[in-house]
Design a protein around this ligand. Structure first.
Ligand SMILES: N[C@@H](CCC(=O)N[C@@H](CS)C(=O)NCC(=O)O)C(=O)O
Length: 117
């Protein structure tokens, strides 16, 4: 086993942004990097615990740039969650509320506001 992480070690099969635009359901635009980014892993984790399936989508476009990401989501960060034809959600709080709406159980936001801090 090599002590280096290679691009081929990434196990997720990523759709392109072009392909993802023709799909329905949940698509998560993720940085297709071998290093596990905290925002990406947290976003994947939220939908994993909810049991909501998603299509991973590579944030870099066909030409390796962010052009297609910006055209679709009007910003440059990842992850971005897109549910059906709703607007792209590029911040963690929007992604959390989307996860809660799509699958309320198990709840990730405590019902009692005092328990949220
Ligand atoms: N937009 C996210 C933050 C995600 C974030 O900062 N992601 C990093 C990579 S893990 C990124 O895309 N940075 C590049 C950029 O913001 O243009 C949020 O507000 O929850």
């Amino acid at each position: 086993m090599s002590d280096k992480i290679a691009v081929t070690d990434v196990k997720l099969k990523y759709a392109t942004i072009q392909e993802a635009k023709t799909m329905s359901g949940l698509r998560l635009i993720l940085g297709a990097s071998t290093v596990p980014g905290p925002w990406r892993e947290a976003c994947k984790g939220m939908f994993y615990v909810k049991g909501v399936p998603y299509t991973p989508v590579a944030s870099a476009g066909q030409d390796g740039s962010q052009r297609e990401l910006v055209e679709w989501t009007a910003q440059t960060s990842a992850p971005v969650a897109i549910w059906n034809d709703e607007r792209p959600r590029s911040t963690w709080i929007e992604q959390l509320y989307l996860a809660e709406r799509l699958q309320p159980e198990p709840a990730l936001i405590p019902a009692n506001a005092d328990d949220r801090v």
